[in-house]
Design a protein around this ligand. Structure first.
Ligand SMILES: [Zn+2]
Length: 171
């Protein structure tokens, strides 16, 4: 049994940004970039709250939004009252995202989550690396752990069948 890496799902990257050329009131944001850190805008500030999720990639957009909100609250409390949350996709270019309310971001994250490809074992969204196993090449798993668990479950289902066949052979 050998889980194999396959092309996987989406990543969501949380960073603080001071958008260049955007009015400070609108351009001071905690950004959630679809596609991961490669797709964040270039005016990233140094990570101040990495433990809240700043500078991290998430495979679940809902977790990314909760992290961004936590970072935004910390930033506001640290003397930046107009910090906002914004989410979007740069496609590799520079595109300042439009700030949204916390509720709007949470609703959007739910929508995105519904459409993400999920692990066939635990139903978590797939990350960049996915795994499969020899018994079912079409299924995709979020981790080696899930691929193995699924593999052994399938093997166990097959076992009574194998045992029956062997008994028939013996008889
Ligand atoms: Zn899984």
């Amino acid at each position: 049994m050998r889980p194999t890496n396959k092309k996987g799902g989406q990543k969501f990257f949380v960073s603080r940004q001071q958008y260049w050329g955007v009015e400070e009131e609108e351009g001071t944001v905690v950004e959630i970039a679809y596609g991961g850190s490669d797709y964040a805008n270039p005016d990233m500030l140094g990570a101040k709250w990495p433990r809240l999720g700043e500078g991290q990639e998430f495979s679940d957009p809902r977790e990314a939004v909760e992290a961004a909100i936590a970072v935004c609250n910390a930033w506001r409390a640290a003397g930046c009252p107009h910090a906002k949350v914004a989410m979007g996709s740069t496609g590799g270019c520079t595109i300042p995202f439009e700030p949204k309310t916390y509720e709007e971001c949470q609703a959007r994250a739910e929508e995105i989550f519904e459409k993400l490809p999920k692990c066939d074992e635990c139903a978590d969204p797939l990350g960049k690396d996915t795994f499969s196993h020899d018994l079912d090449d079409d299924s995709k798993f979020c981790s080696e752990h899930c691929a193995e668990k699924n593999y052994w479950n399938l093997r166990e289902q097959e076992l009574p069948e194998l045992v029956r066949k062997n008994i028939q052979l013996i008889l």
